[in-house]
Design a protein around this ligand. Structure first.
Ligand code: OXD
Ligand code: MN
Length: 644
């Protein structure tokens, strides 16, 4: 049997033929003309796990790399790969004094972001993917993938990257192995996950791991043996980011960028993990995690979901404007939360690095990140300065007089186009974050006291509101939205709903996902339930300006939230939940007028009744699967608004 054949049920993860028991040490093997059946039997084995070996062998037979390299996650390996990429033109080494041990990559202009329209959930049943995912029939998708992957690594090396999401062996952690033909992905995975020998050693026979296959889809040798030179950023115009929830597999083809290619992140830690979490009674969420210490020394942990591009990394690294308050970072993007033995939800950040958006990150918006990015960073699609450093819009008020832009073209402030791509990124180890909490590495995670749901709303949604109970909190998560287009003043604009900020990331039907949140809450004892809040930093006044200063001043909202957790902060009832009582939100010293403050919390029943109609229409798209409790909360909201 060759790798091109699959088992009758198409399950590539099932071990069929152990390929030996020898334990090697990252040996480079393979033959120039591709991995033959014989060569595959000696694929530089670094593990004695027959299932893992068999899957690596079968993938190599399918993709036909010249060589297979087992990655050990060492510094030596990182240095070798980065030096090779500098020599090949994939990376530019930045000035060793200005930005020590840091590199700039420029992607192909057609490969700059996640490709949601090419992201597939291939569950056995269409109804398990739901209306918000691109469903593909698994057998048909496997045929497409087999065609795309056949020979796609010819002329390249296939790297085997074992990794752990979360501390290796931790009770909330999970294991995976990514096969990739991109050395850029290998070095990025080393930052973003715990890669290497410890993860590999943990994948003993029978231990579940998520198999993730990735190719940039740019073979250097064609089937007929003709060759072509490599390019700085190989990729393919046709892209597939495919997930098989039942077999917990990931196959990604054609892109080298971000969430398309660093498969531990969105593909594993959200889409596949959300399915694991549904099946096993935990939560895999698109949430940052914060540790907040009050002036009295009380510690609270908060998890917060915001749609992409709402400043999650800034909030995760918030520097409180209020004296005596301390905010520390545990995660900026993903939280895995499991009920602990004491019935409380405990969370880890499964990642080990930050893959943040560079533009907009500057001394005023996120001084912690600016400090964090001083060394050991892989920048992608930022601009290059004349003295070998990087720049992006927002890093300094004044742009440099002359730059090389993200495409490699000369740029000046008069060029009339951004110097960095708007989705330019930094990839940096979490350990370098000056505000990192020591609990970041605790395998048992932290107890989550509060969950925050936020959108980017210019109207209607108050600065902060506390849910009435868990079900109402789940309703708040289900109703996160952002205005798609600028709203006419005082009216509700076209809303893009992004429930739980998971719209592109839930690996299963969104209505089942709501039900799962309700179920998790129903199983937790009352003392284990975090309190749920909704927040909105983006409300605007009549003049179109933001009503709330945001950034470090968001600490004032955290202060009220912590006060509610401790039972000391006052609240008043509103149709949307509990709002801060008169004077309970500290705005002293802020340039927020009493009128603006009132506007930040104004609940306009007419505008809200219109929004309830929009929500009802949105929820109707989930059909019969929408939990009755969610539609019940919509009706209760309508009722409360009618009486307001
Ligand atoms: C991200 C995203 O990159 O949410 O984190 O898009
Ligand atoms: Mn994200």
């Amino acid at each position: 049997m060759t790798a091109l054949e699959t088992t009758p049920d198409g399950d590539r993860t099932t071990a069929r033929t152990g390929t030996g028991t020898g334990v090697g040490t990252g040996v480079r093997t393979g033959v120039r003309t591709g991995v033959s059946n014989d060569a595959a039997a000696v694929l530089g084995q670094a593990t004695a796990n027959p299932e893992l070996l068999d899957w690596v062998r079968r993938t190599a037979l399918l993709t036909q790399p010249d060589a297979v390299v087992w990655c050990d996650g060492s510094q030596e390996e990182h240095d070798r790969l980065t030096a090779q990429m500098v020599a090949d033109g994939t990376l530019i080494a930045l000035d060793p004094v200005k930005r020590p041990r840091s590199f700039l990559a420029r992607s192909a202009p057609g490969d700059v972001a996640r490709v949601e329209h090419r992201t597939f959930i291939a569950s056995e049943r269409e109804q398990d993917a739901g209306p918000t995912n691109n469903w593909r029939e698994p057998a048909a998708l496997r045929v497409e993938l087999d065609e795309a992957f056949a020979g796609c690594m010819r002329g390249r090396t296939m790297y085997v990257v074992p990794f752990s999401m979360g501390p290796v062996g931790g009770p909330i952690s999970q294991l995976g192995v990514q096969l990739t033909d991109s050395p850029y992905v290998v070095v990025s995975m080393r930052v973003m996950t715990r890669t290497g020998s410890a993860a590999l050693a943990a994948i003993t026979p029978g231990t579940p791991f998520v198999p993730a296959v990735h190719s940039v889809g740019y073979p250097l040798v064609a089937a007929d043996g003709t060759t072509r030179p490599d390019v700085a950023w190989p990729c393919n115009p046709v892209k597939h980011v495919a997930h098989f929830p039942e077999t917990r597999e990931i196959w990604s083809f054609g892109s080298g960028y971000g969430g398309n290619a660093l498969l531990g992140k969105k593909c594993f830690a959200l889409r596949i993990a959300s399915v694991m979490a549904r099946d096993e009674g935990w939560l895999a969420e698109h949430m940052l995690i914060l540790k907040v210490t009050t002036p009295a020394g009380r510690v609270h942990h908060l998890a917060a979901a915001f749609p992409s591009a709402c400043g999650k990394t800034n909030l995760a690294m918030l520097q409180p404007s209020l004296p005596g308050w301390r905010v520390e970072t545990i995660g900026d993007d993903i939280a895995w939360m499991r009920p602990g033995a004491d019935g409380r939800l405990r969370a880890i950040n499964p990642e080990s690095g930050f893959f943040g958006v560079a533009p907009g990150t500057g001394p005023a918006t996120n001084p912690v990140a600016v400090e964090m990015l001083r060394e050991n960073v892989i920048f992608t699609n930022c601009a290059l300065t004349e003295d070998g450093d990087v720049w992006w819009e927002g890093l300094t008020d004044e742009p440099p007089a002359s730059l090389t832009d993200w495409r490699g073209e000369p740029w000046t402030p008069d060029s009339g186009r951004p110097a960095a791509h708007p989705n330019a990124r930094f990839t940096v180890p979490a350990a370098q974050c000056p505000s990192l909490a020591e609990e970041f590495s605790d395998p048992d995670g932290v107890v989550i006291d509060a969950v925050l749901f936020g959108g980017r709303r210019r109207s209607n949604v108050p600065l902060v509101a506390e849910s009435l109970d868990w079900g109402h909190g789940v309703f708040m998560g289900a109703t996160i939205s952002s205005e798609q287009t600028a709203a006419a003043e005082g009216t509700v604009g076209r809303l893009r709903h992004d429930p739980f900020a998971m719209l592109p990331f839930s690996g299963y039907h969104m209505a089942d996902y709501f039900q799962h949140w309700l179920d998790v809450g129903a199983k937790l004892p009352t003392h284990g339930l975090p309190t749920v809040f909704s927040v909105n930093w983006f409300r605007r006044g009549d003049d179109g300006g933001f009503l709330w200063p945001g950034f470090g001043e968001n600490a004032r909202v955290l202060e009220w939230i912590c006060g509610r957790l401790e039972g000391s902060a006052g609240a008043r009832f509103s149709p949307l939940g509990h709002l801060p009582a008169e004077g309970a939100l500290d705005v002293s010293g802020l340039d927020v007028s009493p009128a603006d403050l009132a506007e930040l919390f104004r609940v306009d029943p007419q505008a809200w009744l219109a929004e309830v109609d929009l929500l009802e229409a949105y929820f109707a798209g989930f059909g019969r699967k929408l939990p009755a409790e969610i539609s019940g909360h919509l009706e209760l909201l309508r009722y409360r608004l009618s009486g307001a």
